[in-house]
Design a binder for this molecule. Structure first.
Ligand SMILES: NC(=O)C1=CN([C@@H]2O[C@H](COP(=O)(O)OP(=O)(O)OC[C@H]3O[C@@H](n4cnc5c(N)ncnc54)[C@H](OP(=O)(O)O)[C@@H]3O)[C@@H](O)[C@H]2O)C=CC1
Ligand SMILES: Nc1nc(=O)c2c([nH]1)NC[C@@H]1CN(c3ccc(C(=O)N[C@@H](CCC(=O)O)C(=O)O)cc3)C=[N+]21
Length: 296
């Protein structure tokens, strides 16, 4: 059997169009455009690429994009001072501090400074807590994008066995919380998990968020399962260059799974589309303008 490929790129494009189509209505009601500010510290080339594509996508959706590029030597105090200024700026609906930060900066201290109601990444402990107890807040973009793809493919997720491999604060844990909120039976696996293959083999929904290329093999996957590959790994392409690969052995998995996201073209594009969605939601909430929740 050959799995159906879940086209995250196409789904993300339609979400971005949906967001862009609503922006003029927000602007008419609020008298301003939604605004997203991205802060990047240092010169990491991959981060630079992501930040550039976020800026382009923000503008293409009709929002105001602002980027602060700070040198690698920026102090934690200076970064925190900038975040406080952005918290106080009424034109800023969303603040995203690109991770990872340089080693001399405490990421948690910086994230804790972001106004939770501008935290469109959903990384602040207040938003992690809201997600855990089922209150409205901001949900991290990557896991929310995964849920959108899963519901599009499977409809109601309730009662399904979901296994999340990885327990980071930005992907694995919020992914597990969202699947639980959708009434899946959730298992979180990590580097200390015993018999990982066996655990994965029971999953109707398998989410891989590890950072190890092709770690999950075809014979780890339950036949017909839906596989969401969050991993973004840059590997050798065998021709002297590099290419992107996921955490799942795609060539093997496609023979076993019912559906699978590719890398690239799967979860990655959803992350940016959901960021725009979260920014528009933030703008509506901050402006006190009612909006149709199902529409975005
Ligand atoms: N598509 C997108 O938009 C995004 C993609 N990513 C990608 O997703 C991947 C994960 O990112 P992130 O969560 O930040 O990564 P982290 O490094 O923060 O977390 C990795 C997790 O994988 C677990 N792990 C490591 N080795 C193994 C192993 N051998 N067996 C089982 N579990 C293991 C770790 O376990 P332990 O906790 O025990 O150490 C940890 O919980 C990366 O490839 C990253 O690039 C990330 C963000 C967005
Ligand atoms: N504060 C913060 N928030 C983040 O959301 C955040 C972050 N920091 N740091 C880095 C990770 C990673 N991330 C990705 C975004 C888009 C793609 C993406 O669009 N990927 C394309 C390919 C892009 C390419 O070709 O390089 C794809 O998978 O098809 C991937 C990964 C967001 N992150």
């Amino acid at each position: 059997m050959s799995a159906r490929i879940i086209d995250g790129k196409a789904f993300a494009a339609s979400l971005r169009e949906r967001v862009a189509a609503i922006v003029p209505a927000f602007e008419a009601a609020a008298g301003r455009k939604p605004g997203l500010t991205v802060v990047i510290v240092g010169e990491d080339p991959a981060s630079q690429v992501y930040v550039r594509s976020k800026g382009k996508a923000t503008e293409a959706a009709g929002m105001v994009s602002t980027t602060h590029r700070l040198p690698e030597t920026t102090t934690q105090d200076a970064l925190i001072a900038l975040v406080r200024d952005l918290n106080a700026d009424p034109a800023v609906d969303g603040i995203l501090v690109q991770l990872p930060l340089p080693k001399h900066i405490d990421e948690q201290a910086v994230i804790a400074t972001i106004d939770p109601d501008k935290d469109v990444d959903g990384f602040h402990v207040v938003n992690a807590g809201r997600l855990a107890v089922g209150q409205e807040g901001f949900v991290p973009c990557t896991p929310l994008g995964c849920i959108m793809l899963l519901e599009d493919r499977l409809g109601d997720l309730s009662g399904l066995n979901a296994v999340v491999v990885g327990r980071s604060n930005i992907v694995g844990k919020p992914m597990a919380q969202l699947l639980l909120a959708k009434s899946c039976t959730v298992t979180i696996a990590h580097s200390r998990t015993k018999d990982l293959q066996d655990v994965c083999g029971r999953a109707d929904i398998l989410v891989a968020a590890v950072g190890r290329p092709a770690m999950i093999k075809g014979d780890w996957i339950k036949p017909g399962a839906t596989v969401i590959d969050v991993g973004i790994n840059r590997i050798d392409n065998g021709e002297g260059g590099t290419k992107l690969a996921g955490d799942v052995d795609f060539a093997e998995a496609i023979e076993v799974a019912g559906a699978i996201t590719p890398v690239p073209g799967g979860v990655g594009p959803m992350t940016i589309a959901v960021l725009l969605r979260n920014t528009l939601v933030s703008a509506y909430r901050r402006a006190g303008v009612p909006y149709e929740k199902g529409a975005i």
